[in-house]
Design a protein around this ligand. Structure first.
Ligand code: NAP
Length: 443
């Protein structure tokens, strides 16, 4: 990657790349293919000088003949010709954790795409970054190619954010969009998505909502100046949704999307929740289809702001990594670093957190029941006892042998009332499964 005819004014930023998978190889390719453009825009030549992965002989479609290969990620830290580490191995623990820790402790910069690492260890790493004046960039960790970190940390920095709603997992959005287009059920579509390589062999982190949760806590910290806190998050995935839910939601003028939301309640607490929700078709989020990501934010002066784009994949994610490297190059030329979560770590307060119980609004509830006289009469008193009033009630199908779906939408109530009522309804003799309860958003 080296070009010896460089202007004496051009600086060099030397990169140690840990991980040469989709994102690592993609980063290498952009730095090589767009080298001139990057140099023009930053006044710095950004070159990979050393790399590490597990398998040295694997063909990755990149020429590694001019870079140093090291056997362990941590060996990158002390190499004299490495100014910044790009961590794109993944995983919340070692070796990613010790590599990032060790690099920051040495006062060197880190760029990472690793949301799991930051969701669990973000606070410790933000402190290390501040103590050692070592920048930690992570644009690629949330929503891939969409510059959402920059938007919150810089572009919208003058605003108080009151609510943030995001579709942040492309796999789930692809599955939900395909379920809607084809009328097929979750398991069937997931199977296809795995065969096509859109979903991991173990899809739990994606379809269970955990991956969206990792990203949400980072956006929440940036939006509200609070500590990233993965423990105080309500997470529910898309695995219990049926094709019927999607059709019925459509009849209510809504689409079902897996939404990560971080909302500031009137009492100052932050509600962080990942859940499939009914999103009105009039909302821009309802039109984020296939594997795309979209994020809607409300700032007190800017009003609503919406961004959409590719949230994963080699190109978009590597594009975000290289943008961070370019920011770092400019930073080295002109000065101070911004704190990791927008405010100095000692100013990040543990957010007083709210839970799904505190979510207030209308709900969608699907019950699977025996189609027998008196079923509604069993359910109604439970709803009444929890002060839940019904907006509409639909029964799908009529069969004495097969279970049928009853869908109820409610007037405004709380997550706590719905949870308590659901726990009782699940025990009724004609109810066959735990009710599926989805918030209906008005965004
Ligand atoms: N893929 C995306 O679209 C995307 C989007 C946003 C964020 N991210 C994040 O980016 C990171 C990387 O994702 P990816 O898709 O590029 O993963 P990947 O394709 O699985 O690549 C992981 C790389 O890390 C290397 N590696 C793993 N464990 C290692 C170890 N113990 N020592 C040395 N090298 C090790 C692997 O080496 P070998 O190749 O030799 O096995 C591989 O090159 C993850 O944090 C992920 O969450 C990915």
């Amino acid at each position: 990657m080296s070009d010896n005819k460089k202007s004496p004014l051009v600086k060099i930023l030397r990169v140690g790349l840990a991980g040469l998978g989709n994102v690592g190889a993609g980063t290498f390719k952009i730095l090589e293919q767009n080298a001139k453009l990057i140099e023009q825009r930053t006044g710095t030549r950004i070159v990979v000088t050393a790399v590490c992965a597990r398998n040295k002989t694997k063909d990755r479609g990149i020429d590694l003949s001019k870079v140093t290969w090291v056997e362990t990620p941590e060996s990158l830290i002390d190499l004299p010709d490495v100014d910044v580490i790009v961590e794109v191995m993944g995983g919340e623990g070692d070796p990613a954790l010790s590599l990032v820790r060790g690099t920051l402790q040495k006062g060197k910069a880190v760029v990472t795409a690793n949301k799991a690492l930051l969701a669990y260890h973000g606070m410790e790493l933000a402190e290390l970054s501040a103590q050692n004046n070592a920048p930690l960039f992570y644009e690629a960790a949330v929503a891939g190619g969409i510059p959402i970190i920059k938007m919150l940390r810089e572009g919208l920095a003058a605003n108080r954010i009151s609510g943030l709603y995001g579709i942040m997992n492309g796999t789930c959005n692809y599955i939900l969009t395909t379920m809607e287009k084809t009328g097929r059920d979750f398991a069937d579509v997931l199977n296809d998505a795995q065969n096509l390589g859109y979903a991991e062999a173990d899809p739990t982190l994606d379809v269970g909502g955990g991956d969206s949760g990792h990203k949400l806590v980072l956006l929440s910290a940036l939006s509200y100046g609070c500590q990233p806190d993965f423990q105080n998050l309500s997470v529910e995935g898309i695995d219990r949704l049926s094709a019927d839910d999607i059709v019925i939601a459509g009849e209510f003028g809504a689409r079902i999307k897996l939404i990560g939301q971080a909302v500031k309640l009137d009492d100052g607490r932050i509600l962080q929740m990942v859940s499939p929700c009914l999103v009105p078709k009039t909302s821009p989020l309802a039109h984020v289809d296939d594997a795309l990501n979209g994020i809607l934010m409300h700032g007190d002066f800017v009003g609503p702001s919406f961004v959409e784009g590719r949230g994963a994949g080699e190109g978009p994610t590597a594009s975000a990594i290289v943008a961070d490297l370019m920011d770092l190059a400019c930073l080295r030329t002109c000065g101070a670093i911004r704190p990791v979560f927008g405010a100095e770590p000692h100013d990040l307060k543990a957010a007083p957190s709210a839970s799904r119980d505190d979510w207030t609004g209308e709900f969608y509830m699907r019950l699977v029941v025996h189609d027998r006289p008196g079923v509604i009469a069993e359910i109604s008193p439970v709803l009444r006892d929890h002060k839940i009033s019904i907006e509409s009630l639909i029964q799908r199908g009529r069969s004495e042998d097969q279970p049928v779906n009853i869908v109820i939408t409610t007037h405004e109530t709380t997550g706590a009332s719905l949870r308590q009522a659901s726990e009782k309804i699940e025990l009724l003799p004609n109810v066959l499964a735990a009710p599926l309860v989805l918030p209906i958003l008005k965004i």
